[in-house]
Design a protein around this ligand. Sequence first.
Ligand SMILES: Cc1cc2nc3c(=O)[nH]c(=O)nc-3n(C[C@H](O)[C@H](O)[C@H](O)COP(=O)(O)OP(=O)(O)OC[C@H]3O[C@@H](n4cnc5c(N)ncnc54)[C@H](O)[C@@H]3O)c2cc1C
Length: 260
Amino acid sequence: MTLPNLTQKVSIAAEITTQAELAEKVYSLSVRAPEIAATAQPGQFVQLRILEPSFTLRRPVGVAAVDKQRGEVTFIYRAIGRGTAALAALMPGESVGVLGPLGHGFGMGYSHPLLVGGGMGLSPLLYVAAAYAGKADVLMGGKTADELFWTELFAPLGGRTFITTDDGSLGTKGFTTTLLPDLLEAKDASYDAVLVCGPEIMMRGVAKIAAAHGLPCEVSLEKRMGCGLGACLSCSIDTAHGRRKVCKDGPVFPAEEVFL
Ligand SMILES: Cc1cc2nc3c(=O)[nH]c(=O)nc-3n(C[C@H](O)[C@H](O)[C@H](O)COP(=O)(O)OP(=O)(O)OC[C@H]3O[C@@H](n4cnc5c(N)ncnc54)[C@H](O)[C@@H]3O)c2cc1C
């Protein structure tokens, strides 16, 4: 399987065009970054740096959408700590440092992939779904219906949407792994890959099921990282091919290289 290559990265102070709260503590942030909008591949990420007040370390976030014509890039993030809370306080017209696009994204050569996501992992899958232009379906899981505001974001992108919730308040009761075998074994199923982003326990379960069905599976790993450029080694992991850096060699890896 061929994963997209690194594209030309830039480091800019980008003007914020939109900052909107989508759900409790979950924000959609758009910035003017034409160079990044022109080259970012689905599954790649950027490092955001809060300039005011100045933060030394950048925070990694996946690319959720690009608008090449307007030269804008959108990220969806949860405010869970000091950095993301400071990010949420920024207003349109202010600037944020953006370094990217970074890493390797998802394979884009499949004919009918199934995207599987949970929590904030659904954010980069939005861009994957948009790029597949209706050829990808999505299976999304959440604890309760309240978490699945994502359905509205995926709806305009085409493709079918399948939902699971832990408590059964929306879609099938259970986890994504509860519904996945049915989807892969359905009479009309024609999936040729499973692309996953979400909590590691979910990705491991999905990868096992995909392997049992003989399907290629790509997973997007989340590791704490410093530089995002492969220099500081803080996001190194052991893989079937030796030590790899999530920021540079990933974040997307073939599942069998990192899990099985
Ligand atoms: C490649 C990549 C893409 C990501 N994409 C998104 C995204 O699209 N949307 C989103 O909401 N989040 C994303 N994250 C996670 C995001 O980077 C962290 O939530 C963020 O850095 C937390 O910063 P903070 O200062 O608010 O939190 P801190 O105060 O530093 O920490 C608060 C909590 O966040 C956890 N955390 C901190 N940094 C990371 C990290 N790099 N990865 C995982 N957990 C972390 C800590 O363990 C702690 O529990 C991504 C992470 C990676 C590695």
